[in-house]
Write a protein of this length. Structure first.
Length: 218
């Protein structure tokens, strides 16, 4: 899952980024409301964690701009007090959930999984494509009855492809899902990951679509 965090508190922001990255998320972080206004125009995120109190432009204004611009990405609000008027206003403007700061990483991750399930129409944390099964909560995957041993990046590529079975994802889409704004370590790192996944799933499962990218087949 690729996340955008909009939080101006440096200590909290660094803690969120570190904790979520250790759990296998790709995280990009902004600290200013003006920066966040147009963050969704050029990049795709699976969810946003948005603080309401931001310099330059409030979280409410950012959220209102996103929704009026047609961005439907799930938004999880960070609030300092439970039940305050701003939080209620944010939910009415289109936020999907809220948590009170400080929040434990495990609770935050569970809330994010709920948002992702709702956004993709899945009843639980599991994705399925043919005899391939992936569990987002436990970070595990199976081919039939056999558990697959996957690196964190291999898991992320498979997760992205399983979210859109039968549809192509470009190399750029997969790389931003893996590395965010920081970019990948090597120019051929995605090809290496695809090769490793094919060796574990079967070469025919991940099809290269010329000029378009990659597609997972059942």
């Amino acid at each position: 899952m690729r996340l955008l965090i909009v939080e101006d508190d440096r200590i909290l922001g660094e803690g969120l980024c570190e904790g979520l990255r250790l759990s296998g998320y790709t995280v990009d972080w902004l600290t200013h409301g003006e920066q966040a206004l147009h963050a969704l125009e050029a990049d795709d995120f699976d969810a946003v964690i948005l603080d309401l109190t931001l310099p330059g432009c409030s979280g409410l204004d950012v959220l209102m701009h996103w929704r009026r611009s047609g961005h439907h990405v799930p938004v999880l609000i960070l609030t300092a007090r439970e039940g305050n008027a701003e939080c209620i206003r944010a939910l009415d403007l289109g936020a999907d959930d809220h948590v009170v700061k400080p929040v434990e990483t495990e609770v935050l991750e569970a809330r994010l999984r709920v948002l992702q399930r709702r956004a993709n129409g899945h009843p639980d944390n599991r994705l399925r494509c043919g005899d391939i099964c992936l569990d987002r909560g436990d970070r595990m995957a199976w081919l039939g009855d056999r558990e697959l041993t996957l690196s964190a990046y291999e898991f992320m590529v498979l997760e992205a492809l399983m979210e859109r079975p039968g549809r192509s994802l470009t190399g750029e889409q997969l790389e931003t899902r893996l590395y965010g704004w920081e970019g990948g370590p090597e120019s051929n790192s995605l090809q290496v990951l695809i090769h490793k996944l094919r060796s574990k799933l079967g070469a025919e499962r991940i099809k290269t679509v010329r000029g378009m990218g990659y597609r997972l087949q059942a």
